[in-house]
Ligand binder design. Structure first.
Ligand code: CU
Length: 196
């Protein structure tokens, strides 16, 4: 996988190669870009009810470490970037909740740390690029291992545990939300994610 190359549609998923994941030694970098909401804003929602709502039957509703952000009728939660085995490519997981009575969809994403951020769907063990991810009215969609996810390609400098990756999410409603996703070890990253 070369730097800056388009992500092929069918390739092994970086987040799936668990045995190759290791924390870089002695690196302590941080992306200093400030979080900002680019859509209509409202006070950050309380984590407790969302946690209960999103995790449902998952035992032990701890405080998720994933990033959270919100616009008028959208809540983004559980945003994480598992420490990637590749220096130039990483996946990101998160949960999108549509609190409006109108269906919405994720239609685009970008990050200052990567040349591109595309949407992928995992089907039958293979990744397929998609151009939108539907979010039903009063519903949610989980971008989690084995399902939808974001793929950051052309990462401009290697990510390390402790980094925070700002990701701008654009929606069919016209809203845009920036969520800050912490870089975590894979097992830590997926620990709090709900089922697809
Ligand atoms: Cu992918």
């Amino acid at each position: 996988m070369g730097s800056g190359q388009p992500v092929p549609n069918e390739q092994e998923h970086p987040a799936g190669r668990l045995s190759t994941i290791a924390a870089p030694e002695g690196r302590s970098s941080s992306w200093s870009l400030a979080a900002r909401r680019t859509g209509p804003s409202q006070p950050a929602p309380a984590l407790g009810p969302i946690c209960l709502l999103l995790l449902g039957a998952v035992a032990g509703c701890r405080s998720p470490r994933g990033g959270t952000a919100a616009a008028a009728n959208l809540v983004v939660s559980h945003a994480v970037v598992p420490l990637p085995p590749s220096p130039v490519e990483a996946s990101a997981f998160l949960v999108l909740e549509n609190r409006s009575a109108t269906p919405n969809a994720l239609t685009g994403s970008q990050s200052p740390v990567a040349d591109s951020v595309v949407m992928h769907e995992m089907t039958g063990g293979r990744m397929t690029r998609v151009t939108r991810i539907e979010i039903p009215a009063h519903g949610r969609v989980a971008l989690v291992p084995g399902s939808y996810h974001l793929m950051l390609a052309g990462i401009r400098r290697p990510l390390a545990i402790g980094d925070t990756v700002p990701i701008v999410l654009r929606f069919a409603s016209g809203e845009a939300v920036t969520v800050r996703a912490p870089v975590l070890r894979y097992t830590d990253a997926v620990n709090d994610l709900p089922e697809p």
